[in-house]
Design a binder for this molecule. Structure first.
Ligand SMILES: *[C@@H]1O[C@H](CO)[C@@H](O)[C@H](O)[C@H]1NC(C)=O
Length: 231
């Protein structure tokens, strides 16, 4: 079994040699910085929904309706397919060299470890989303302006640093799906369920933790779940 630091050093070396010294740190900055920009730009339009796991968490917290959540997820997956298609069309050499950016479990890690990495990583991301967009927090700390996309982008950055060596870092099922569809090889498709199940579990834990453990509104939400079940 390869040890984690061996995987990191070999991956960093590969990325560093072939990508102008970029490596894991550069990839993590690219994801985190881009998420910061995308959330910053789309927050006022659609609420910054570019990740099915985040949308699922906000749906569980009753901040997005079911119909809207499903339509967002379809749009997110279509957008991801288009994005990876553009990369393949315009940067085909890098695309082939880096396996189409498709997520799969790295050698030496068990399925359970990969699933746990996706659960924990998505928990960190979705918990940060709840924390950064909490209206009560904004009201309480109004003297400290919160630029929500910044902590969200940083959460994405940190999670990439931690989990790129294990799964290539999904934490966004649409991103994993788009890469798998365009790359269309058996290994990413075999592992693909991890990148839906893991993020959705992580998002659910974050939603329930924030709504029911941290927030007084939890009992109210629970009540509406109960009454919905009774209808
Ligand atoms: C993906 O690969 C499978 C099997 O190799 C093939 O049957 C299928 O047509 C491919 N799909 C696309 C969209 O290329």
């Amino acid at each position: 079994m390869r040890r984690a630091d061996q995987v990191i050093s070999s991956d960093t070396k590969a990325g560093g040699d072939e990508c102008g010294g970029v490596g894991i740190l550069g990839i993590s900055w690219a994801f985190g910085g881009m998420i910061f920009i995308l959330v910053y730009c789309t927050a006022g339009i659609s609420g910054g929904h570019i990740n099915p796991a985040v949308t699922f968490g906000l749906f569980l917290a009753r901040k997005v309706s079911l119909v809207r959540a499903v339509l967002y997820m379809v749009a997110q997956c279509l957008g991801a397919i288009c994005g990876v298609g553009f990369v393949k069309a315009f940067q085909s050499a890098y695309y082939v060299r880096y396996g189409g950016g498709a997520n799969s479990l790295a050698d030496g890690y068990s399925t359970g470890t990969g699933l746990a990495a996706e659960i924990i990583g998505t928990f960190v991301l979705v918990y940060t989303v709840f924390s950064a967009t909490d209206p009560k927090r904004n009201a309480r700390d109004s003297h400290v302006p919160v630029l929500a996309p910044l902590p969200i982008g940083f959460a994405v950055f940190m999670v990439h640093l931690a989990t790129i060596p294990i799964t290539g870092t999904g934490i966004n099922p649409a991103r994993s799906f788009g890469a798998a569809v365009i790359y269309n090889e058996s290994k990413p498709w075999d592992d693909h369920w991890i990148f839906w199940v893991g993020p959705f579990i992580g998002a659910a834990i974050a939603a329930f933790y924030h709504q029911f453990v941290l927030r007084a509104s939890g009992s109210k939400s629970l009540g509406s779940f109960r009454s919905a079940a009774n209808v």
